[in-house]
Design a protein around this ligand. Structure first.
Ligand SMILES: CC(C)(COP(=O)(O)OP(=O)(O)OC[C@H]1O[C@@H](n2cnc3c(N)ncnc32)[C@H](O)[C@@H]1OP(=O)(O)O)[C@@H](O)C(=O)NCCC(=O)NCCS
Length: 116
């Protein structure tokens, strides 16, 4: 299930975030985490089974209608088991009235999730 990020989960969230190709630089990664912690238009979710094994970061557009998926990652030991697609599906169920779109960093995977 998707759970909301909180500060006590910072280390695990940073580890998952660092799998994004555009978050390899530590300074950039720290800035990204700070944006999720401080900006109301951004929300970070984590995917919890027995452990926390996935991350999904979104941006709410000012138009109130659109959500952009900015970050998505799954622990390498748990990939190709449908978790990435499940995260997108649960997000859509959570926000049924919103249009959910990728950004350039998540498009390759999200476009595969059209049927999620
Ligand atoms: C992308 C990612 C979140 C997918 O998670 P996952 O739990 O393995 O995904 P699922 O099991 O739900 O789906 C697997 C499918 O996604 C595809 N896929 C995996 N990574 C992909 C990528 N970067 N671009 C496009 N497709 C991708 C797999 O080839 C597989 O396709 P298939 O169903 O046709 O076999 C995971 O690979 C990851 O954490 N990657 C590193 C972070 C990253 O690059 N994020 C941005 C992706 S654009």
């Amino acid at each position: 299930m998707l759970i909301r990020y909180k500060k006590t989960l910072e280390k695990i969230a940073m580890g998952l975030m660092s799998f994004m190709p555009n978050e390899k630089d530590l300074k950039k990664l720290q800035l990204t985490m700070k944006e999720y912690e401080t900006e109301e238009s951004r929300q970070l979710f984590l995917w919890k089974e027995d452990d926390i094994i996935g991350l999904l970061g979104i941006l709410f557009y000012p138009d109130q209608k659109t959500i952009e998926i900015q970050h998505i990652s799954v622990n390498p030991s748990h990939r190709s088991q449908g978790i990435g697609k499940q995260m997108v599906k649960e997000l859509k169920e959570m926000y049924p009235d919103k249009e959910i779109i990728p950004n350039k960093d998540t498009a390759a995977f999200i476009e595969k999730c059209d049927l999620c």
